[in-house]
Design a protein. Sequence first.
Length: 273
Amino acid sequence: MNSPKRPRGRPKSAFKESSAGTLQALDRALGVLTALARDEGTTLSDLSREIDIPTATTHRILTTLENHRFVTFDEERQEWAVGIEAWRTGTAFLKRNSVVEVGRPVMRRLMKETGETANLAVPDGREVVFVGQVETPNPIRAFFPPGTRTAMHASGIGKAILAAMRPQAQQRLIEDMDLTPFTASTHVTLSGLTADLHSIAARGWSHDREERHAGMSCIGAAILNEQGEPCAGISVSGPTVRFSGERIADLGRRVAEASQEITDLSGGAMHDV
């Protein structure tokens, strides 16, 4: 009798206790890389305190990552930062994500039609991560570098994604949220956030009214996958002074149409929330 084939990419046998140290080292190295990406450059001592790993251990991890060009060291500033290989590894995700690929021309057109910066972000737990942006030439504009994270409850794209979720999944996620107040307009109660999500689901687009950054507004809509679940979101953002009156509804319509186009082009399907 032929033995069953082992799934590709799986070990021949289960990890033994002796391998725990290796996995811990990898876990620490990934923690260091994640912290560097979040801080956009930091000193050894600050990084060591942040991740709660001894300075000597942190330095060995950084040196190893530097040898593989995943981190880089600025001699003048005495700061460590993410290196070129980390960027190349990250772009592999963008290359395989059809939403990002098909979304680029749609974002460019949306920016030209609205005159505002167009953004693309994907959900990650209780946050969204920006993976693409087409900046407006306007001198006063919003800017979110790729990799920027923001809380879902205080984000146009985040709220659009939440509103597009099926009720049970949405409820589980918002009940687990820490509704941090970033501005005086941020949702800080479940009742307020839930009411906003119901309105978003009904009209098909969200409106972030200075809920993350004072003076800045955003209008977003969810992009759905083949199961009809939100997998990303698109938005336009800019100074609140340009997001007022009748223009809000027009921007909402254009953003919703852009999200529908990307959903269609990437093989997604609509569903009733």
